[in-house]
Design a protein around this ligand. Structure first.
Ligand SMILES: *Cc1c(COP(=O)(O)O)cnc(C)c1O
Length: 362
């Protein structure tokens, strides 16, 4: 599904220089590399503030805490996005309430979100830009304003996705990014960030990432944690940020190539259009997912379901959501299968994948 070593080899010299800069300085946590990365990433997203964190899941949790979510609050979100939002909501002692997704976009369905916000009195909504596709933020932020609900964007799959001159992360009250190695912007380990235009939210997140301290050993906010970003990872991310747009362009080109090269009556392709889709994943739909995956494997092609189990049907939740029905989410989780789509692939690699799909069952 990925070839991270090949992608990193292209910037090996720059990465080595960045790492030795950190070693020479001897400062490893929350130092000048983190500050510089925060400024550069905020500028990239078009938001005044960025706060570096230890992971994307922490970024979701601290963004929610930053907009005022606390124990007992409800948070609306989708159930087809891998469970990260649910884990973040749970970690705050808040309660996830699920909206269904739209069958075309596979993103949050504004009509169902409207119903969920009215029914639950949720305090915030997480909008996940899944697979690299930017959600309809104009509609969602309009709805949220009407219900008096805060908006947190989950941009873990959408670094750089843009619309009308704005980028993912600049539409909501706050936004969470993951820099897990396979993401469009990936570190050499775990890392994340919150971006926001609101200085109060930025300050809250900055305190919460370090025990709630406003200064050393003074706890100004409750429910803080250790979610600091390493200098080594920040130095790596500064190098990789300069390649993000090129990597996104490559992913989008591969997705468009799949769109014209794959034609199979049992395989439904995603709509990948302009700069509002950075093709983090290329997820097709098929009623016989196991059959297609086995066929691809036999042709030396990797594939993976993102994601097979909807959050409200995970074994860990028991029967808490027994009364919750999300028909589109449940169908997509049964049918989605991601094909390889990463900047290390050549056109010939993509054509080989397309040929393998096209000859399924032939
Ligand atoms: C990867 C991912 C996350 C979580 O990020 P981590 O850094 O792994 O904690 C959150 N949301 C989505 C949609 C993701 O794909």
């Amino acid at each position: 599904m990925n070839d991270l070593a090949a992608q990193d080899r292209e910037v090996a010299g720059e990465l080595a220089a960045a790492l030795s800069r950190v070693l020479d300085r001897g400062r490893y946590v929350l130092g000048p590399e983190v500050s510089a990365f925060e400024q550069e990433f905020a500028a990239y997203c078009g938001t005044p503030h960025a706060v570096g964190l230890a992971s994307g899941t922490d970024a979701l949790a601290l963004a929610l805490a930053g907009v005022g979510v606390g124990p007992g609050d409800r948070v609306a979100l989708v159930a087809n996005a891998g469970g990260y939002g649910t884990a973040a909501v749970d970690s705050l002692g808040a309660m996830p309430v699920y909206a269904d997704v739209d069958g075309e976009s596979r993103l949050i369905d504004p009509t169902d979100l409207d119903r969920v916000l009215a029914a639950t009195g949720a305090r915030a909504v997480i909008v996940t830009h899944l697979y690299g596709a930017l959600a309809d933020m104009a509609t969602v932020t309009g709805l949220a304003a009407r219900h008096g609900v805060k908006v947190v964007e989950d941009c873990a799959q959408a670094h750089g996705a843009g619309r009308d001159g704005r980028r993912a992360g600049s539409f909501g009250d706050a936004a969470a990014f993951s820099f897990y190695p396979t993401k469009n912007l990936g570190a050499l380990g775990d890392a994340g960030a919150v971006v926001t235009a609101d200085p109060t939210i930025a300050e809250r997140v900055t305190r919460l990432r370090q025990y709630g301290w406003d200064r050393k050993y003074r706890v100004a906010l409750p429910h803080g944690r250790n979610s600091r970003l390493d200098e080594l990872q920040a130095a790596v991310l500064r190098v990789k940020l300069t390649r993000l747009d090129a990597g996104n362009a490559r992913r989008s080109a591969l997705a468009r190539r799949y769109g014209s090269a794959i034609a199979h009556p049992k395989v439904e392709l995603p709509a990948v259009t302009g700069p509002d889709h950075v093709a983090h994943l290329y997820a097709v739909l098929t009623e016989d997912r196991a059959g297609l995956a086995a066929h691809l494997r036999a042709h030396g092609v990797a594939s993976e379901a993102h994601f097979p189990i909807p959050d409200h049907r995970q074994p860990a939740v028991g029967d808490r959501y027994a009364g919750t029905s999300l028909p589109v989410t449940e169908r997509l989780c049964r049918q989605v299968l991601s094909l390889p789509c990463h900047p290390g692939m050549s056109d010939a690699d993509a054509d080989r994948v397309a040929d393998a799909v096209n000859c399924w069952g032939a």
